[in-house]
Design a binder for this molecule. Structure first.
Ligand SMILES: [Zn+2]
Length: 67
């Protein structure tokens, strides 16, 4: 479990458990691949994002990347 990841809340629907790409089930990945973000980001990039399995908000988590 990555530090700081636990308890990440969806800013849109306040679902308390956003998931990383690797945590998504097969069905969830199928849905996530159809989000509008998939046109803007490569599959590799999206593996760094967080996904809300309730409303499918996609969080571009920049906190792990130094600017
Ligand atoms: Zn949500």
């Amino acid at each position: 479990m990555m530090k700081g990841f636990q308890g990440k809340m969806c800013p849109r629907c306040h679902h308390a458990q956003m998931k990383r790409w690797t945590d998504l089930s097969g069905d969830e990945k199928f849905l996530a691949e159809r989000l509008p973000m998939s046109f803007e980001f490569s599959a590799e990039e999206r593996k760094k994002h967080l996904f809300c399995p309730r409303c499918w908000f996609e969080d571009i988590d920049r906190t792990t990347q130094t600017v």
